[in-house]
Design a protein around this ligand. Sequence first.
Ligand SMILES: [Zn+2]
Length: 450
Amino acid sequence: MAALVLVAAGAWVAAATLLWRSSVPHGLRLPDVDLRAIFSEAELSQAARFARFERVFWVLSQVALVAVLAVYAARGARFARESAAGPIGTGMLLGMLGFALVWVVQVPFQLASLWWERRYGVSSAGYLDWLVEGWFGLGAEFLFLCLALLIVMALARVMGDRWWLAGGPAFVGLAALFLLVSPYLLPETHRLDDPALLADARAYEEAEGTGPIRIDVEVVSDDTEAANAMALGLGPTRRIVLWDTLLEFPHAEASFVLAHEIAHHSRDHLPKGLAWYALFAVPGAWAIARTTRRRGGMRDPLAVPLSLLVLVVLQLAALPLENVIGRRMEAEADWVALERARNPDAARGAFRRFTVDSLSEPSPPAWAYVLLAGHPTIEQRLAMIEAWDVRQATSAAQSPPPVPGRRALAGRSPATPASRRWPRSGRGPVPPALFPRPPLASGAPGTGGA
Ligand SMILES: [Zn+2]
């Protein structure tokens, strides 16, 4: 038994090591970036005020969520006794009730957050529209949870407490399914019809060897001025979605963002996200099986409320790790985009815009970085551009025949940002989720994306 655990641990480490590889040069040193030379005092303090409130609300909402689920885990059983359905039916009812509780707890916080975004001009969505649209995304999550619960309870009836051996892989299968269909869950998209951007995309795809990737535009400009982009789908359904607000960026900046999204596909970040998910889903399933044993295990519907609590706590506990992995992939996508677009000024411009329009704080406090940052901070992203620039200058100086097109980039001192204006990133994109959340997208620069 001990040998088996050792072999599994070894396989886990080997897989994680493979997945951890990145094309960002090893030991790349990020120079210090003087944010005050890039953003005005007013821009920095506005972003800080905006972000502070959002963070406080996030913390409060998570505390409320865990508290409500803890009460539900302790008292939920009484609902089960009144159920006339069979064990699986009762378990499903308890699962749905738990899901409804989670939603009800979150709504006030999300409404407050929307109020805050409207106040700062980040969103102009109506409260009612927002609530109704929220149901759309909720439907997919609800389906995911119900399917997972159904599978777990059925497996537990056959396999007892060892259901996790098959349940973990079943979660991964479900996550793959959702990743595959995720491009079809977006409302209101149309094909990109900007010839210049499409031509750039073809050039990046050719350089990266991906073959053509479908590029859609999602209409969000009625609700927000913030811009974003994301890579989603898997294999035949892989896709890039640009918010229509991104198309108002100068061409070179939108093109850099596009190169970043193509890099998510060319460097297999979505399948890798799924593989990371597998590495956490299987031990996660084991932890749920283990902690629900004293409630009779997952074959007993009374264990369902407790399993939801364990799930949410595990997810919270996995956040720092999930973010480390997300940031690693985002940094790689930034690096590849710099290599392909070869336009550091455009990259700076795009990040500056992300910062000024969606008010993400360029350098958040450490705890928020650990818990919430699925992307490198804007400060780190700007520093990487500088680092890239320095390498270009060094290699141009060393290689006698200068590569055409590199000249303009060379010779800049790292300490002096070439341009005063830069970019910032978005709200956290959706890094591949590790636990029950299906990994839907790998975000781009903006909010959920980039
Ligand atoms: Zn990204």
